[in-house]
Every structure is written in C-alpha cells, then in structure tokens.
Design a binder for this molecule. Structure first.
Ligand code: CP
Ligand code: NVA
Length: 301
C-alpha cells in the first residue's frame, strides 16, 4: 500500500512519475493530447475521505474536483465535527474509516497525527498539510516551474521569509529533484534543524536572490502559529518582503511563486503577485492535476 506522506519518503522515480502523469492528465483534459488519461476513470466506485482540521480553499476544492474528474466520490469531513475532535483516538478513527473508504486525505496540526493515521489505516493516506510539511503543494510547484522554465534540476530556488512547513517540503524536494535551495529570513524563524544540509542560508535577501530562477514566499503567520505572534513576526519579516526591487535582482526570467492564501502587501506586493513573472494561479491550478496523479499513484496496484 502506498501513502503519500512526505516528499523525502517517496522514491525519486515515483515523484518524477507523478509529475509526468499529472502533466499528461492536464494535457489530455485541455485537449492538447489524445491520451485522455482520466477518461478511464481510475477512481470509479472509489470513495475518498477528505479530513480538514484546519481551513482550506485550494486543497479542499482541488481534491474534491480531482476525485470527481476521475470518477470517484468524496466525503469532506471537518475534524471538529468528527469524534476525532472529541477524544476518539486517531488509530481507531483510521481503522473505522478504512472500512468505509478507499483513500484518506488529511490536513492536520501535528505530523504525528498524519503518521498515526497512516500506520493504522488499511487504505492509502495523503498529507494535505501539517504544521511541518505540505508535500502536495510542492509537487504542484515543481510541475508549474517545469511548465514555464524547463527542468528544475540544477536551478536556484530562493525562499524569502518564514522557514515554515511549505519551506520544509521545498527542502525535501531540493534533494529529490536536485535543485539548489537558498533560505533568506531572520535567524529567529530559521527552518527546523532536521532540514540542515538540504539548503543554504543567506541572511541578506538582496544577496540571496542574485541568480535566482525562482523566488518563493508564504504567509508570515501560518495557521498553526499563535495570532499573538503576529506583530512580532511582521516586525521580524518586514525586510524579507518580495517586491519589485527584490525581483529585479533575480534572473530576468525568474518566476515568482506563493502557495496562497497571500496577504497582499505583507510578504509580497500586489505588483509582484500580479506581475509578468508571477505564476501563482498556475500553481493553484496544478494542485488539481498533481493531486490527481498522487491519488492514481496511491491506488495503483
Ligand atoms: N495552498 C493551500 O494549501 O491552500 P489552502 O489552504 O486554501 O488549501
Ligand atoms: N504556511 C501556511 C500554508 C497554507 C497553505 C500555513 O500552514 O498556514
């Protein structure tokens, strides 16, 4: 049985296969190729549980639409409304859900919850974001980069801001897809130590973005961060805003990415978000195609 829990726990050949399959399904759906890969309805008669313990727009809608495009059905469940939110163990929830559904996607807080769900479920489990990682997002991001600027191998990717969960999945991807990853942000918001060796740090954002093929940022306050930290974080991160002056120091064809939702004119200016180098809405679209490929891969015998 195949789970999609983290990029570093998935073989390089499988990751590449998922990107290729996502691209093929996207091309077929857009009428750009004749291989209508999702016309054979790989999820026919399959039921997929989508569990959300945190808010979501993209993950919720892209998984739900993706399952339906592949012939399956979904149950979108709020963690708080389930017994899971009222004391039932994750292990028991996993065992019960496995009797009803064919696949589980969960967005949760602790990484441990995801791993326990995967350990006790007898159907595949997909990570839809935890406090520590967001692998589905980064699969869509790699696909998006390669659509616009070719193979990501050997390219320079610069992350400006908080060393958070989305950064962590970029760090895992840097090793698996063999690109250079640079972190620029304040020392107080450095990525977790477990990621050391997967990226380099350049404190000065203007230096960091030199030669960048891709500049990425994310919200300064993630869903798991206390709202009380908001002002402090804003003060720490203000110098790491992605704006036209910073983008001008990257390569002229450098792309700009943000997983969204964005806080316009905090971590990134509207001018960059809506500018010619921004591919934020392609990224959002590619969540759909990448996750369809991830679900197919999970359910392949
Ligand atoms: N990027 C992302 O995961 O968005 P949502 O929180 O809207 O799902
Ligand atoms: N870092 C953000 C990503 C949201 C998709 C968060 O965890 O809130």
């Amino acid at each position: 049985m195949k789970n999609f829990l983290d990029i570093h726990q998935t073989a390089q050949s499988d990751l590449r296969g998922i990107i290729d399959s996502a691209t093929a399904m996207k091309d077929a759906r857009k009428g750009r190729s004749r291989g209508a890969l999702d016309d054979d309805l790989p999820l026919k008669d399959q039921m997929v549980a989508l569990i959300f313990e945190k808010p979501s727009t993209r993950t919720r809608v892209s998984f739900d639409v993706g399952v339906r495009q592949m012939g399956g059905q979904t149950l979108v469940l709020s963690g708080a409304d389930m017994q899971l939110g009222h004391g039932e163990t994750i292990a028991d929830t996993a065992r019960v859900l496995s009797r009803y559904v064919d696949l589980i996607m969960i967005r949760t807080f602790e990484e441990q919850t995801l791993h326990e769900m995967a350990e006790y479920a007898t159907v595949p489990v997909i990570n839809g974001l935890t406090n520590r990682t967001h692998p589905c997002q980064i699969m869509a991001d790699i696909m998006t980069f390669e659509e616009h600027n070719g193979p990501i191998k050997g390219k320079r990717v610069v992350w400006s801001g908080d060393g958070n969960n989305v950064f962590a999945s970029f760090a895992h991807a840097a090793k698996q897809f063999d690109f250079e990853l640079v972190f620029t942000g304040p020392e107080t918001l450095d990525p977790e130590q477990a990621l050391n060796g997967l990226y380099t740090t350049v404190r000065d954002p203007s230096e960091a973005v030199k030669g960048a093929d891709l500049v990425v940022t994310d919200t300064w306050v993630s869903m798991h961060d206390p709202q009380s930290a908001r002002e402090r974080r804003h003060n720490q991160l203000r110098g790491y805003q992605v704006n036209d002056a910073l983008m001008a120091k990257a390569k002229p064809d450098a792309l700009f990415m943000h997983c969204l939702p964005a806080h316009r004119d905090d971590e990134v200016t509207s001018a960059v978000m809506d500018g010619a180098n921004s591919v934020i809405f392609d990224e959002a679209e590619n969540r759909l195609h990448a996750q369809k490929a991830i679900m197919r891969w999970c359910l392949e015998k």
